[in-house]
Each structure stands twice: as structure tokens, then as C-alpha cells.
Design a protein. Structure first.
Length: 109
């Protein structure tokens, strides 16, 4: 439990988020995390926890953040961080799409 608390105190940097996004840009990785697979795969199917564990291992291997270099995140911690990042991105994108550039939103026009 103490180890989990220590890894949750580490903040991801902009470069760390770029590593995550680049990993997600691979269509196979994106499909595993977000469940977009249309064809049935032959053999053992990768589960979401396994995919988040692979994402955490990839971040551990590629990051320059000292705390993450010492100990990788758990699959559950990686899932929480990705979902938080994704929800913030979605809110920002929706706000950006509703702006007109004149300081007014589409609703105010």
C-alpha cells in the first residue's frame, strides 16, 4: 500500500503525456484500451488491465522523470491517470469547438 502511495505522488510531465499519446496513436493499442476491435482475434485476447500494464511499462521505459524511472506505475494507477487526462482533453476540445473567436460562444450568438 505504501508503494502505491509513493507512485501516486509523482506528477507526469508534458513529455510523459506525449509518450502516452504516441503509444495510443498505434491503432492496435488504441483498440485494446478503448474497445474498438471489430474482428474477433485468434488466440488469447489482451485484456484492458494487461493493456494498461503494457502502457505503464512503456512509460517506465521511455520516461526521463526520476520517480517513474525508479518504479513503474501499476495498471490501475495508469488507467486512472489516462482517464483523467482523456476527460480533461475532451472538456478542452469541446470548449474550443464552442468558441467563435470573438469572445462569444455559439450559445451566446
Amino acid at each position: 500500500m505504501r508503494e502505491e502511495a509513493e507512485t501516486t505522488k509523482i506528477h507526469l510531465t508534458r513529455e510523459d503525456y506525449l509518450i502516452l499519446v504516441c503509444w495510443m496513436e498505434n491503432p492496435a493499442n488504441f483498440a485494446i484500451i478503448h474497445g474498438c476491435e471489430k474482428k474477433t482475434a485468434v488466440g488469447a485476447k489482451t485484456t484492458k488491465p494487461d493493456a494498461f500494464k503494457r502502457l505503464a511499462e512503456h512509460l517506465h521505459k521511455m520516461t526521463k522523470t526520476p520517480g517513474l524511472k525508479r518504479k513503474p506505475l501499476t495498471a490501475e494507477s495508469m488507467k486512472r491517470r489516462w482517464n483523467t487526462y482523456k476527460s480533461k482533453f475532451t472538456r478542452t476540445l469541446n470548449a474550443k469547438r464552442s468558441e467563435t473567436g470573438m469572445g462569444l460562444t455559439q450559445k451566446e450568438l
